[in-house]
Write a protein that binds this ligand. Structure first.
Ligand SMILES: Cc1cc2nc3c(=O)[nH]c(=O)nc-3n(C[C@H](O)[C@H](O)[C@H](O)COP(=O)(O)OP(=O)(O)OC[C@H]3O[C@@H](n4cnc5c(N)ncnc54)[C@H](O)[C@@H]3O)c2cc1C
Length: 305
């Protein structure tokens, strides 16, 4: 049943009609539990609250299906505004973005132009930018673009997904860039031709890439709500005497909030991924796919008050 629901929500997450409808009607159905709001001031308010609790943040200006160059330029403009707000309010926050929202499906030149505009401001304002990883189809292109940008910019990182067979090779290949990487299990529906179908293999591979990246001396963001991944990282850094300056934990806004607070109390760096914007639908559907138990919460949002 869980697998059926997961596939159902992943299918819904790709529906362009609902995506457009959701943009028009604003945050609904309890999406506010996972999305900080629709505007930069909404995001600033949430970042301040989290910073006060000792947590760092990465904000994500939500945006997935982009049909025109002007929409992509608008999304880049949104990212620049967010970076400026982070700097103006002196917030402890980075920025995350998706290359599709920068025009990846339109042209590589457009993405590079948008990314360079964003990164010029990011370097000037000292705000770090992470390129989220999307589905397998876009993985190769995303890594190519990351490598090109990394040649010219310091304030840039990206994400690797442990469910992909290729990831161990990617992490070894990327080592020469000394990258700051976020390591995750992976949130999209992928074919068994390219990704481990069994959860236990995905989990083992996440441990493997955490180990490789940390032992290579690179900055590592362990982005998981899974206690086993957190405990694995804690014992590895203790065994290998790795400094707390070389890694951090990351979790999504609204998920396992108590655990986030505990990690801060234990003295670990904890970063919360805070999405905001009017293009919240795809993100929200992927969160429901991960944990169908959240559906009960959504139904309350739809039917109850
Ligand atoms: C900061 C961050 C950034 C991410 N960026 C990307 C990205 O760029 N690309 C991408 O593909 N994916 C990304 N993801 C999503 C990621 O790939 C996973 O889909 C997602 O994190 C779920 O996997 P998990 O490691 O948390 O563990 P899961 O295997 O989903 O869950 C493991 C355990 O965690 C606990 N848990 C999980 N959710 C909850 C909950 N809601 N409440 C209570 N307990 C819970 C449960 O004990 C569960 O058994 C990101 C995730 C995070 C945290």
């Amino acid at each position: 049943m869980e697998r059926i629901l997961r596939n159902f929500f992943l299918f819904l997450s790709k529906n362009r009609f609902f995506t457009k409808l959701a943009k028009k009607y604003g945050l609904r159905f309890g999406a506010g539990k996972f999305v900080a709001g629709e505007t930069v001031p909404d995001a600033v308010k949430t970042i301040k609250e989290l910073n006060e609790k000792g947590m760092a943040v990465t904000i994500d200006h939500l945006g997935e299906f982009i049909d025109s160059e002007s929409e992509a330029r608008e999304a880049a403009e949104g990212c620049i505004k967010a970076i400026e707000a982070i700097a103006d309010h002196q917030l402890d926050s980075q920025l995350s973005l998706k290359l599709t929202s920068m025009g990846l499906d339109i042209s590589e030149d457009l993405v590079m132009e948008n990314m360079r505009r964003i990164l010029d401001v990011a370097e000037e304002k000292d705000v770090f930018v992470t390129i989220d990883m999307e589905d397998y189809e876009r993985c190769e292109k995303t890594l190519e673009i990351f490598k090109k940008l990394r040649e010219d910019y310091e304030h840039i990182g990206t994400v690797l997904q442990s469910y992909l067979y290729r990831t161990v090779d990617d992490i070894k290949e990327l080592d020469k860039y000394h990258p700051n990487l976020r390591l995750v299990k992976g949130a999209y529906k992928e074919s068994p031709k390219v990704a481990f179908p069994e959860k236990k293999d995905v989990d083992e591979n996440l441990k493997k890439i955490i180990r490789i990246h940390l032992l290579n001396g690179n900055y590592t963001a362990v982005a998981s709500h899974d206690d086993r991944m957190i405990e694995y990282t804690k014992s590895l850094v203790e065994e290998k005497d790795i400094s707390k300056e070389q890694f951090e934990f990351q979790m999504l806004y609204g998920i396992r909030v108590e655990r986030q607070e505990e990690l801060v109390k234990e003295g670990y760096k904890m970063r919360v991924y805070v999405p905001y914007g009017n293009d919240w639908y795809g993100y929200f559907m992927r969160r429901l796919a991960e944990r169908p138990a959240n559906v009960a919460f959504v139904l309350k949002g739809v039917f109850g008050k």
